[in-house]
Design a protein. Structure first.
Ligand SMILES: C[S@@+](CC[C@H](N)C(=O)[O-])C[C@H]1O[C@@H](n2cnc3c(N)ncnc32)[C@H](O)[C@@H]1O
Length: 172
């Protein structure tokens, strides 16, 4: 994911000081990598307070940019603020919710679109549960695909394993 963001910087599509939000930041490793690359305007959110505490240890200088927040709840703190939303594995977790899956997917899409500033801003998502076509369907009301990055399927013991997709969407 980071390599692809680097390419977007090289192509002049994004800048290193563009505001980026990491959705479901977990232990903050993505934020750390973004920081190491040179991105300077970073926010991380996660609904687990334990994740926010861990992320604060991994990225101590971002301690004021880490928030306990539920992506499935509309939140004015994040509305209209970001150029890029990053998601590695969080939509997968959210969309596997045993409760109302369709409602969770719709809320995720509405709320992430609300966090972005304007048309053309990016949602960059990595999933191992959904194909890019499925992601496209889930997000079609707010996002269109800019680019799909396929990670090749692996084989183990003669069996084909699941593949990971990374899809760059832009806000409609
Ligand atoms: C599979 S982990 C991925 C963590 C991180 N993105 C990474 O790549 O290491 C999913 C993360 O999403 C968070 N999460 C799940 N549902 C969430 C929600 N509704 N709002 C905010 N965070 C959520 C979890 O607490 C967890 O840290």
């Amino acid at each position: 994911m980071i390599k692809h963001l680097e390419r977007l910087v090289e192509e002049g599509k994004i800048e290193e000081n563009d505001p980026i939000i990491d959705l479901g930041t977990g232990n903050g490793v993505m934020l750390r990598e973004l920081q190491d690359f040179g991105f300077t305007n970073l926010t991380g959110i996660d609904y687990a307070t334990s994740s926010i505490k861990l992320a604060a240890q991994i990225c101590p200088n971002l301690v004021n940019h880490l928030f306990q927040a539920d992506i499935l709840k509309s939140d004015e703190r994040f509305a209209g603020n970001y150029r890029i939303a990053m998601d590695k594995g969080t939509f997968d977790a959210i969309s596997l919710t045993p409760n109302d899956k369709e409602e969770a997917i719709a809320k995720y899409s509405d709320n992430v679109a609300q966090m972005l500033r304007k048309t053309g801003d990016f949602l960059f998502i990595t999933s191992c549960n959904w194909t890019s076509d499925e992601l496209k369907k889930h997000f079609h009301s707010h996002f269109e695909v800019v680019q799909e990055l396929k990670v090749p399927k692996f084989k183990f013991g003669g069996k084909e394993g699941s593949s990971t997709v990374s899809v760059l969407f832009s806000k409609l």
